[in-house]
Design a protein around this ligand. Structure first.
Ligand code: ZN
Length: 270
């Protein structure tokens, strides 16, 4: 029993120092595994998705996804340069692809690998709509939400008394591909839960700022979510589930963050 208590205290102390803070929001998050353990597997899994999915090339929509992605990527890179942290994005390998599948979904895997599905394009409606979704997805990756979820799963397993094994797995081998896909909110077929409400709200806020920094009018964001709400009759994948958070909460939160976003937008036009 004493041994278990000692292990628990060591673990709590370990967890206590294994935190990092989210850019822009400044929120402290659990970080039990490094991006160097996550990104390589993430990049491998993205290649599998590309091989198995029907990647659209050459169409106006496919070019738009790439164009918006690169524009927001560059704005985010500039943001970190201005912040005096140009190395923050060193390990990211950005890529933006459109997959021919009629599902209303998009996601970004840890390290910057983005996929849009053709089914979401009519709701995006235009380039600004694509920028709303792109900003949101890039924000999940910048805020390391996938890594945080993986860390939380490690911590939960450790709580069951397998501290040594879990930390061994976490620090040596790194998380497996399934956990990476879950971390991205990408593995919908595995019945994976959506990102938490906290992660979604944070991605909305950061995404709004990022699209504005890239010169896209952030006032398109509430309009996009209204269109998404109108479309929510059918089944939606976890990343865009209609109840999590509610569309109304989402839209009022976006409007609350709009003055700051408009500052970034005006600055991008100077
Ligand atoms: Zn999301």
């Amino acid at each position: 029993m004493k041994k278990l208590i000692v292990i628990s205290i060591i673990f709590i102390a370990f967890v206590g120092i294994q935190c990092s803070s989210v850019p822009v929001s400044g929120r402290s998050q659990l970080s039990l595994v490094g991006n160097d353990k996550i990104f390589p597997t993430s990049f491998e899994q993205y290649e599998v998705v590309k091989k198995e999915g029907n990647i659209v090339t050459g169409t106006e929509q496919a070019q738009m996804v790439k164009r918006v992605g690169v524009r927001i990527q560059r704005a985010v890179e500039q943001y970190f340069v201005d912040l005096g942290e140009p190395r923050y994005l060193d390990d990211y390998q950005w890529e933006f692809n459109l997959i021919d599948e009629e599902v209303v979904n998009a996601w970004c895997m840890p390290g910057g690998k983005v996929a849009f599905y053709t089914g979401i394009m009519p709701i995006c409606q235009n380039e600004e709509g694509v920028a709303v979704v792109m900003g949101h997805e890039i924000a999940h990756a910048i805020a390391n939400h996938g890594r945080e979820r993986i860390s939380q799963q490690y911590a939960a397993q450790a709580g069951l008394g397998i501290v040594g094994a879990v930390l061994g797995a976490g620090t040596a081998a790194g998380p497996g591909p399934e956990l990476i896909m879950q971390g991205a909110g990408a593995a919908t077929s595995l019945g994976i839960l959506a990102f938490s409400r906290k992660h979604e709200s944070e991605a909305d806020k950061l995404g709004l700022y990022f699209m504005a920094m890239a010169g896209y009018d952030p006032q398109h964001a509430p309009k996009f979510w209204e269109r998404m709400a109108a479309n929510s009759g059918g089944e939606q994948p976890p990343e865009f589930t209609s109840t999590h958070p509610s569309h109304d909460t989402r839209i009022s939160d976006l409007n609350a963050n709009m003055p700051k976003a408009m500052e970034y937008y005006r600055k991008s036009k100077n």
